[in-house]
Design a protein around this ligand. Sequence first.
Ligand code: G6P
Length: 605
Amino acid sequence: MCGIVGYVGRTTAVQPLLKGLKKLEYRGYDSAGIAVVEPHLQVYKTQGRIADLEALFTKGVPQGTLGIGHTRWATHGQPSWENAHPHCDCSEEIAVVHNGIIENYLELRKELEAEGHVFRSETDTEVVSHLVEKYYEGDLGCAVQAAIAQLIGSYALAVVSSRHPNELIAVRQDSPLVIGVGEEEYILASDVPALLDFTRTAWVLDDGQVARITRESVVVFDQHGEQQKPQTIRINWDPVQAEKEGYAHFMLKEIHEQPRAIRQTLAGRLGVRGNLQLAEEIPADLLHGITDVHLIACGTAYHAALYGAYLLQDSTDLQVHAELASEYRYKRVRVDDRTLAIAISQSGETADTLGAIRKAKAAGARILAITNVVGSTLAREADAVMYTHAGPEIAVASTKAYTAQLCCLGLLAAYVQLHLRGAYDPELLRQLLEIPDQMASILQACEERVKEYAGQRLAAASDTFYLGRGLDLASAMEGQLKLKEIAYVHAEALPAGELKHGTLALIEPGVPIVALATQPHLLDKLLSNLREVKARNGEVFLIAMDGERDYSQTADEVLLVPPTHPMLAPLLTALPMQLMAYYAATARGHDVDKPRNLAKSVTVE
Ligand code: G6P
């Protein structure tokens, strides 16, 4: 989920490339680079800001009119000059920029190295430049087509070669790419904002299509070499709308990105037949001989920790605890070299989480980080890292990073079970593969309904309650935090069975209650708790999974999520609750992406 730009046209390429990259800065990045053909390939890179890249041209700008550029947000390999794009082949004639993940890059790299190719970075991308070099026989487009036939994964690619000074090759598979149409010039970009200063007319590439872009024309082919007519769009968004891909806020965009984010999280880790591939990330000695697991986190990530603890407890005999980092740091805990501490943090920079793992490490624990940010402090200090691969999350309230954390924890629980017991629940992994499509169908089916409910009921409430039992409790806790964070409505999550021990006194006519019912073995108990609520005229919005049950006596509104493995239900129920918080906040007129008194990354105690 980095940023791509490409240019071929009448003017020197550097300025339009830098201009395009600047428009993608909002997405977040750790390094940037461009390559220009003039007539040799010139590559400029920096581990830093676009301004640092621009500074490389103070002494003069190359005159080439063909080039590609990239802002990198690290996924494979630390943020560094070497890992920044573009990446070249051995002869330094071909340059490639890439968004997405090449799942089979390790195999390809081994093959290419055995054939004599020399790699200079740790990235998955570099295999593409060497593959294009390998297949090049005078036609760059054909070489790219042959190279992509070897790739498994998602990608948007832009490729140039010094042998073709008027040709930009672009291709996409599950990662967006648009071609802006100008007067004798074309600008290629992964995101619409990079086009807007040039043109409002663009061609959208479809999956598997390869575009051969020259100053004079664009020719698009499909996988079989058949020429295609590209789909033309007219862009009506203003620059601010374009950054959010037309969504009103980054939070809403990120909620909608979850199907794609989870596909990325699963990529390369779970094969189509449900086979797990985690040995590279989680070496066997990390798990060998462990007796205790401490899952440590703050905020939303702590709710993911609760989820992970539930899964590990359910599937192993380990002693498992979810711990709030700010508490863990200062309490007496039993931790030693048989403890695996799993730190979960979107940013990898949260001060309390770092403090807690330093304490665990000092006592001999092994540290596994689950984070979204490659090269973050947490990733650097941990013994092993599992990246969530959710892409940059810009809204302060965490949405896609949270579900990606749940996804990692699901994979991890199966992997730990396999390591300790020699087997895991294949059904859980099989169902995990279905989650992205199920998320997409929930978003499509429930948004309008949830918007109405949140705008009318939650936005007007002063107190709300979120109820669940078992794994649904962890989800309820995340649901109530979202509402507090951005809608500033008081919310409290409770184990449904605890209501009768006091809180029931607060249930009055019309008090909104969001209840979760996805755990079959607890469903009857939950429904009887809800009857107590209904007896006091509380107003229940139920998110349930079993479509066969009659909820008429227990809920005012029922939203069904598609059936999945009960352990995976939190990945689905999160979505309507995120939308509830979002629409309650917008109904109250709040700045959703920047809520009051809350920072994206809390680097103080
Ligand atoms: C802040 C953010 C939350 C986040 C928490 C932990 O409170 O506003 O959205 O869940 O920090 O952040 P981390 O980066 O460690 O996941």
